[in-house]
Design a protein around this ligand. Structure first.
Ligand SMILES: [Fe+2]
Ligand SMILES: [Fe+2]
Length: 213
């Protein structure tokens, strides 16, 4: 698997985790109340969303921009995505505000409305990124070593929460998706660290029990 295939796969599965969870949150309009521990789960989701877009904005996009000189369509995509990220950041903050007030009577309705609002912006954004950032296009857009440097930079910036974020990601992926994403990870990570961390996510079972959409 090349670094380009790997990057595109990680991008797609991260996006799937984001949209999948927003569909779950939006479906709470059918529930009587919010699940136990939902506040903690929502904060993890918001952290994952932030880490994802910070990584693109601070590491990947600058590297793509450096290589986009003379290719105006690449530059135009990047500018559009950066402006999407600002809107997504605003909607992230709206959800974060209610994440600390989930006991209020209208909290469930607020979660549903804010999740739908975010999904309406996020879905076309991730579809667009995935349509452009395919392994083939990435290979034309950026040299291997620069993409590797950008992903290392993201890993360094998130070292302290890497395991929590990986286990949150895994919790929202089906076994086949998990195998495709983590299959090549070091043994210690796959066999020891990730299972321990995933066990800590078990308390969110009621939230993810609907399985993966
Ligand atoms: Fe993005
Ligand atoms: Fe993305």
């Amino acid at each position: 698997m090349t670094i380009y295939t790997n990057y595109a796969l990680g991008l797609q599965l991260s996006h799937r985790v984001l949209t999948r969870n927003l569909h779950r949150f939006a479906a709470f309009d059918q529930a009587d109340s919010l699940p136990a521990d939902f506040g903690d789960y929502l904060r993890l989701f918001l952290e994952f969303l932030e880490v994802h877009h910070d990584g693109e904005e601070r590491s990947l996009f600058p590297a793509l921009r450096r290589n986009a000189a003379g290719r105006s369509t690449d530059a135009a995509h990047l500018d559009r995505w950066t402006s999407d990220h600002r809107e997504i950041g605003r909607l992230h903050d709206e959800l974060a505000k209610i994440s600390s007030a989930l006991t209020s009577a209208d909290a469930r309705g607020a979660v549903v409305v804010r999740s739908r609002d975010l999904l309406a912006v996020l879905q076309p954004h991730v579809d667009d990124e995935e349509a452009v950032l395919t392994p083939q296009r990435l290979a034309e857009m950026i040299p291997e070593r620069e993409l590797a440097a950008a992903t290392d930079e993201v890993a360094r910036a998130n070292r302290s929460r890497a395991l929590t974020m990986a286990s949150f990601l895994a919790t929202s992926l089906d076994p086949k998706e998990q195998a495709s994403l983590f299959g090549n990870a070091p043994w210690l990570f796959r066999r020891v660290l990730l299972p321990i961390s995933k066990r800590r996510m078990r308390r969110f079972h009621d939230i993810v029990q609907g399985g993966v959409a």
